[in-house]
Design a protein around this ligand. Structure first.
Ligand SMILES: [Zn+2]
Ligand SMILES: [Zn+2]
Length: 208
């Protein structure tokens, strides 16, 4: 199936990232986090260097090599221009680790259908990594994955049809049930309880 896409956006191949090459060279469409393109950075081959790159998929992580160059605009040791990797179905997070797009797709499917939180999704991934004997663990705590997931959604300009037919995408009044925005159970306490938890102020409705 051919889904039309915006010409300006990287074409993200979906599905598991099969046949990853052993190394990812820096291409002219590579970018720094600041937005500077490799093609515009006036790089010479002597600027470029190779380093390890861990690719995280749904079932395990593999090591590859990545080519990067220092960003002449940022002039910061950790801000380097690296390849985009969208054509491989990967999101290059920080030139040190990357995530397969299938992870983000998988999280969105679980979130929409089973109210899965980031932490429970990450627990599932960690369990699969153990099961498949992955050489590298999933980034600890899930915070990196969470940040990468939000960055990915901004990158692909995630267009959900979640707009009111009458008021558009920014209605004056929004009513949230809050049940799919889960929180970790350790945060349960006096100030935070599930929305289904009755309080002394809850209305008693007969027959419900
Ligand atoms: Zn930069
Ligand atoms: Zn409306």
């Amino acid at each position: 199936m051919d889904i039309p896409h915006d010409r300006d956006l990287p074409v993200h191949r979906s599905g598991p990232p099969n046949d990853l090459p052993p190394q990812f060279p820096l291409e002219p469409d590579g970018r720094c986090r600041c937005g500077l393109l490799a093609a515009e950075a006036g790089l010479s081959t002597s600027d470029m260097g190779w380093s390890d790159f861990i690719v995280h998929t749904e079932h395990g992580a593999v090591k590859r090599r990545i080519q990067t160059a220092p960003c002449p605009r940022c002039k910061h040791a950790r801000r380097r221009i690296g390849p985009d990797l969208a054509e491989y179905g990967l999101v290059n997070w920080n030139n040190g680790i990357g995530f397969a797009r299938e992870l983000f797709d998988g999280f969105l499917v679980d979130f929409s259908n089973k109210e899965t939180t980031f932490s429970s999704f990450v627990k599932g991934v960690e369990a699969r990594y153990l099961l498949h004997g992955s050489e590298y663990g999933f980034p600890q705590g899930g915070k990196t994955f969470e940040r990468a997931c939000y960055a990915f959604l901004r990158l692909v300009r995630f267009d959900s049809p979640m707009a009111c037919r009458l008021c558009g995408s920014r209605p004056d009044v929004v009513i949230c049930d809050g049940t799919s925005i889960g929180f970790a159970s350790r945060m349960l306490g006096q100030a935070l309880s599930p929305p289904t938890f009755p309080t002394t102020e809850s209305k008693i409705k007969a027959g419900v």
